[in-house]
Design a protein around this ligand. Sequence first.
Ligand code: HEM
Ligand SMILES: [Cu+2]
Length: 550
Amino acid sequence: MGAATTTVPRAQAHHPDPNENYLKAERGIMSWIYTLDHKRIGVMYLVSVLLAFLIGGIFALAVRLELFSRGKTIMDADAYNRTFTLHGVVMVFLFIIPSVPAALGNFILPIQLGAKDVAFPRLNLMSYYIYVFGACFALYSMVNGAVDTGWTFYTPYSMRTTSAVIPMVLGAFIMGFSSILTGVNFIATVHKLRAPGQTWTKLPLFIWGLYATSIIQVLATPVLAITLLLLCLERFLGLGIFDPKLGGDPVLFQHFFWFYSHPAVYIMIVPGMAVVNEIIATFSRRAIVGYMFVAMSSLALALLGFLVWGHHLFVSGMSEYATMVFSALTFLVAIPSGVKVFNWVATLYKGSIRLESPMLYALSFIFLFTIGGLTGLFLGVLAIDVHLHDTYFVVAHFHYVMVGGTVMGFVGGLHYWWPKITGKLFNEGVAKVAWALVFIGFNVTFIAQFIMGSRGMPRRYYDYLPEYEIFHKVSTIGSWILGLGFLTMAVMFVASLIKGQKSTRNPWGSAALEWQTPTPPPLANFIKVPTITRGPYDYHLATEEELSEK
Ligand code: HEM
Ligand SMILES: [Cu+2]
């Protein structure tokens, strides 16, 4: 069994050479549109999520610019509500959820397994087009008045507003299917297409992370789908589900929404953690300490993530008993998160560390995610959350996890696998400058928000009291540094595509399987189906030739 029996159902009419570089094996736009190659689908996702990141980033800069001074700066209150909502919706549904799994995961997962493709290549392509279809609904909403409810679509306001809620909700509904199908595909692939010798205990931790993520995607996303469908039904048919005026219960919406969306925050962070494992192993030239604990902590996060949604509703009107249970359960999720952080730090200890750009992002992840996670514990304390709920403290908390965590992991992974994907090297000096700008800009933006949040600045407000002005100013200036960092990075990657040096097979000298096949990989991923005899981080077992950077 295993990769040996993988079928590669490609356009059979003209047989492209499976040993040819995947970028060159077939040519022309049609060869991309109809491709069943997971690598090309990964690249198409990558282009799409980067575009979404750009759009979401422009909205973010606009929100920050508006808040630079009190009163009106560049837009009125109504436009402001729409802008921060669009920022949230685009970043969550169009960018961060598909970023690591669908873009990087699609490309890397089958190669790391030693497989020729994912289990269901046609389903994979369909997932991509479902994502695009859903994104079109979101775009339609944006140009038709957009949404002003916040990305959480809370009822009863989302029932009553005249903004274009329905197309946006349908867009999120449709994109959910893409997420579910990718999850199903990855689970089947990990079970069925491991190369000979690729046992569960030899799987790269990136795969364990994506496997855990897939489970959440399959189990949690349908709940969001039903919830959004109920919202549409209530709006169209006037059924009283969430709107108290019709006899519904708005808190029910919050329960449904967070029953998906708390697990969804693990759909966002676990893949980021998964990337970090690969980078840390390569750039400390060492096996990850406590491999099995790190692997199982991903599954633990996937399961525990389902038990804590109530911490978003501490002040929404739940029984006191329920709030205590949810608070206690919330502390439990810190354990598997802590396991990862401790094991990474232990891996770094006595490792031969090289501070190249992917590693800088991985280290930033550890540092920033720790701040994000620990402030989550503050919020999980009932008495403290009463004060901090719906303040900028929460905004800073989740940006430390989603940007400081997931985005750092994604961007680190993008640097790490960029030569594998494109076959080109990038300018490491410029990459380091971009990293420094991103790191400084991010902290300046959000530390200011922690402080003003703890002093009571509410989130989602258009205007503020004079005592908050200095923090808003600092935060906005931070956002410009951050934006400049990403701009520098974008220029660096485009320059690499145009005139980058050709990459060798294994530019980072990694022992992992994806670096053992040619760069860029051949259409069938490997010239010959690999037989796995050692783990991905077994530097002591890897041969000189395998680790060679030439
Ligand atoms: C150590 C783990 C974590 C703990 C203990 C934790 C705890 C919390 C708590 C208690 C809240 C509610 C605060 C309030 O609204 O008053 C919250 C909000 C939030 N958290 Fe976390 N969290 C953790 C990890 C994460 C991760 C991994 C992500 C995303 C990748 C995340 C994203 C968010 C978001 C988006 C919100 C705010 C949602 C909203 O109101 O719009 N959190 N967190
Ligand atoms: Cu949560």
